[in-house]
Design a protein around this ligand. Structure first.
Ligand SMILES: C[S@@+](CC[C@H](N)C(=O)[O-])C[C@H]1O[C@@H](n2cnc3c(N)ncnc32)[C@H](O)[C@@H]1O
Length: 300
C-alpha cells in the first residue's frame, strides 16, 4: 500500500505534497509491514513539541478543515511498474488466500459483511475503500448472479488490489477498481442499489459529507452496509498519551472535530443524510476490538 490516511496525518501536514512525500519515503523503506506503522507513529511523535502544540493543531484543523488535502495519491515514475503488478491474478490469488485465512481467524464478522451486501441478485454495488482488499474479497467471493461490483479508493495501488481479486476470481467482466474520492463519487444520483464499506469510514474524514454523498448515489430503498469499530477512539490513545492527554480528553477532542466516529455518530449522521438504520449486529470477540455491522436503507 502506498498510502494510508491515518486521521492523525491531518494534524501534521498542512499541504498535500509533503504528506505524500512522507508516505512514499516510508513505504519505500518499510513496505506494507508493521515497521511502517511504528516508523509512522515515531515520526509524528517527534514532530509534536508539547500538549499545547498538539491542541493548537487540533484547533487549526477545527477552524480550517482539511477537505482539500489528500485528494489523490500521485504515482511516481518508479511506482508505475508496481501499480501494474498489483493488478495481476497472481497477486489476487495471494490476497484471496490471505483474507480467507483472516475470515477463519480474527475477522469473525468478515463473511457476514459480504453476505449482507449480497442480499439479492442483480445488484449494482459500490465499495468505499478498497484498501488491502479484505472487505473487497468478502463481497467479491460471494457476488451473486447478475450483480456488478466497483471498489473505490483514492490510492491507485489499493484499487489495483480490487482488480487483482477480480482477475483471480474470474470476475473481470463484473468487477473493477475505480480511483475516486468518497467526497465526490463519480456516479449519477440514484445510480446504485448498494454502497458498502469495510472499516474505511474509520480512517476517513468529513464522514457526514461522505454519508450525504452515499445517499445521493443510492436509489430509494437502496442499502448502505458498513463495518466499523464500536470504540474507534481507543486507537488514538497511544499517540496522545505521551502529551499528557488522558483517554477521556482524547475522545472528547476527537469527537469535537469529528476525526473519528463510532456507531452512535454514524447512525445520527446517516439519519441526517436520509439513511435509516435497518439492522445492527455487534461482534465482541475475546481478542481484538469490538466491531459492528450496520445496515441502512435510503428512505423511499
Ligand atoms: C482502512 S482502509 C480500508 C480497509 C479495506 N476496506 C479492507 O478491508 O482491507 C481505508 C482506505 O480508505 C481510503 N480512503 C480514506 N479516505 C478516503 C477518501 N476520502 N476517498 C477515497 N479513499 C479514501 C484509504 O486510501 C484506504 O485505502
Amino acid at each position: 500500500m502506498l498510502f494510508t490516511t491515518e486521521l492523525q496525518d491531518v494534524l501534521f501536514f498542512r499541504e498535500h505534497e509533503s504528506h505524500v512525500q512522507f508516505k512514499q519515503a516510508l513505504d519505500a523503506k518499510y513496505g506494507h509491514t508493521e515497521a511502517y506503522s511504528a516508523a509512522h507513529t515515531a515520526y509524528l511523535l517527534e514532530q509534536i513539541g508539547s500538549k499545547e502544540d498538539f491542541l493548537a493543531r487540533i484547533g487549526d484543523y477545527e477552524k480550517n478543515g482539511g477537505v482539500d488535502v489528500m485528494e489523490f495519491v500521485p504515482l511516481r515514475r518508479e511506482d508505475v511498474r508496481r501499480f501494474l503488478d498489483f493488478g495481476t491474478a497472481e497477486h489476487g490469488a495471494d490476497f484471496c488466500e490471505r483474507w480467507e485465512k483472516v475470515a477463519d481467524g480474527w475477522a469473525v464478522h468478515l463473511r457476514d459483511y459480504g453476505k449482507a451486501v449480497n442480499y439479492a441478485d442483480g445488484l449494482a454495488i459500490l465499495e468505499l475503500g478498497s484498501g488491502a482488499g479484505v472487505g473487497t474479497w468478502s463481497v467479491a467471493s460471494q457476488l451473486r448472479p447478475g450483480s456488478v461490483f466497483v471498489s473505490t479508493d483514492f490510492d491507485p495501488i489499493c484499487i489495483r488490489n480490487a482488480d487483482a481479486i477480480a482477475r483471480h476470481l474470474g470476475l473481470q467482466d463484473r468487477m473493477a477498481g475505480l480511483l475516486a474520492n468518497f467526497w465526490r463519487l463519480p456516479f449519477a444520483d440514484e445510480a446504485l442499489d448498494m454502497v458498502c464499506t469495510h472499516y474505511a469510514l474509520d480512517e476517513a474524514r468529513e464522514v457526514p459529507s461522505i454519508l450525504t454523498e452515499v445517499s445521493r448515489v443510492l436509489r430509494p430503498g437502496g442499502r448502505f452496509i458498513l463495518t466499523a469499530r464500536i470504540n474507534p477512539w481507543d486507537r488514538q490513545h497511544k499517540l496522545m498519551e505521551p502529551f499528557g492527554i488522558a483517554p477521556e480528553e482524547c475522545d472528547a477532542l476527537l469527537k469535537r472535530v469529528r476525526l473519528q466516529c463510532g456507531p452512535e455518530e454514524l447512525v445520527e449522521w446517516a439519519a441526517q443524510a436520509g439513511l435509516s438504520l435497518l439492522d445492527r449486529t455487534d461482534y465482541t470477540p475475546e481478542t481484538g476490538h469490538a466491531r459492528t455491522i450496520l445496515v441502512f436503507e435510503k428512505k423511499i
